[in-house]
Design a protein around this ligand. Structure first.
Ligand SMILES: *[C@@H]1O[C@H](CO)[C@@H](O)[C@H](O)[C@H]1NC(C)=O
Ligand SMILES: *[C@@H]1O[C@H](CO)[C@@H](O)[C@H](O)[C@H]1NC(C)=O
Length: 193
């Protein structure tokens, strides 16, 4: 009998493949299918306006915005090009820091413009109030900080914000030039179901 080791390997590989394919479910697996809105329980589209204040605090012993990285050339850049911060900022109902928390902005911003101070942002706004409690809106966009109003894109969401889309307007209300701490007013206009 031929006991060439290569044959043994080939036959055991064949056996393993045969056995594992025999273990797979035999019914045909469907990659995609049409689904009705009713089946998903999707109701009529709602347009919501959310209004709150965003507190970006990098100073003090309990910062919610931390500078995590920068390029070797960032210090010599007037636009801080190459710097990156991670945030877990409070969102409040009113402008005072003592105002009721309605959620948090988690994510990051990077200084991504080499000629002016303009951030590229990536935020998940996670809400903690009322029917929005636990639901998230994901936001991307360009934030040129010297503009009075910056428009960001609501790219989607989870929870009550499944299938969400819309836009956000950001207005800086106050900024400490020494620390960079800022308070920003947000107005979100979002379609969801
Ligand atoms: C940039 O400036 C900061 C603060 O002055 C300093 O801590 C850091 O080492 C500098 N980085 C480089 C790459 O020069
Ligand atoms: C939000 O949901 C969390 C977790 O389910 C719960 O502990 C909390 O009390 C809720 N907050 C409000 C304001 O409903």
């Amino acid at each position: 009998m031929d006991i060439n080791p290569l044959n043994l390997i080939a036959s055991s590989v064949f056996t393993i493949l045969f056995l594992s394919s025999a273990l797979l479910p035999t019914n045909s697996q469907q990659f995609s299918r049409k689904l009705s809105k009713e089946e998903m329980g999707i109701k009529r589209e709602t347009l919501s306006h959310l209004h709150f204040y965003f507190h970006d605090i990098g100073s003090g012993s309990n910062p919610t915005a931390v500078h995590v990285a920068q390029a070797a050339t960032t210090n010599s850049s007037s636009s801080l090009f190459g710097a990156a911060s991670v945030i877990d900022d409070r969102l409040t109902e009113g402008p005072q820091i003592s105002s009721k928390t309605v959620g948090r902005a988690q994510g990051m911003y990077i200084f991504a413009d080499s000629t002016q101070v303009a951030l590229s942002v990536l935020y998940n706004f996670v809400f903690t109030e009322g029917k929005f409690n636990g639901s998230v809106l994901s936001i991307l966009g360009r934030n040129p900080m010297s503009s009075a109003v910056r428009e960001l894109v609501i790219v989607g969401g989870s929870g009550v914000f499944r299938f969400a889309r819309g836009y956000a307007e950001a207005r800086t209300i106050s900024m400490n030039m020494q620390t960079g701490d800022a308070m920003v007013e947000y107005n979100l206009y979002v379609f969801h179901h």
